[in-house]
Write a protein that binds this ligand. Structure first.
Ligand code: KMT
Ligand code: NI
Length: 179
């Protein structure tokens, strides 16, 4: 699969633009995996009855799911929420998102604290590990519909950076050391 992730430039231009370096500096899937980030492709056309998705949900214990449509006409407090999503943060649990329609970007920090941008479009399922610093943005199409998966009762609370004193952050850093 062609790489859908790249190192970002540092320009403060519109967050919805790709922000690729020139020349582009792609990040292979294996490098994402070493950061604990898993990115795979499913068939979103059959998400309502997809045996592959069912299998992943069973194996990973993703008991909870809902669907969020991110568009200015469908998401209450759209601008405010987009601002929150783009604040660098971490969670106490894995963030699992499956893109059903449209597209968007997840940005994650690598071990040298550089931003990697991951392009997500229809069929992409991503798991960001608990404790990783990340953020989310729409791209220039301004529309995405995503499934949110969770182990048990969802906790959406985001802890903005700095959040280095949390055990989950220390645990993630220990994982990086070992991987
Ligand atoms: C988060 O915590 O970063 C998000 O929930 C992103 C938006 S959901 C597609
Ligand atoms: Ni998040």
């Amino acid at each position: 699969m062609e790489s859908q992730a790249w190192y970002m430039d540092t320009s403060d231009d519109d967050q919805r633009k790709p922000h690729k370096l020139d020349p582009n500096s792609p990040v292979p899937l294996e490098d994402l995996q070493k950061l604990g980030v898993f990115h795979r492709k499913l068939n979103a056309d059959i998400y309502e009855a997809d045996p592959e998705l069912e299998k992943i949900r069973k194996e990973q214990g993703y008991s909870y799911m809902d669907i969020i449509t991110i568009h200015k006409d469908t998401l209450p407090n759209y601008e405010e929420k987009l601002k929150m999503f783009f604040e660098e943060h971490l969670h106490m649990d894995d963030e699992i998102r499956y893109i059903l329609e449209g597209q968007a970007y997840f940005d994650i920090r690598d071990r040298e604290d550089r931003w990697i941008r991951i392009s997500m479009s229809k069929g992409d399922l991503i798991t960001l590990p608990a404790g990783i610093y990340h953020r989310f943005t729409m791209d220039e199409t301004n529309y995405t519909k995503a499934m949110r998966l969770f182990v048990g009762e969802p906790v959406w609370k985001a802890h903005n950076r700095p959040a280095d004193d949390f055990d989950i952050r220390k645990k993630y850093l220990a994982f990086l050391q070992a991987s």
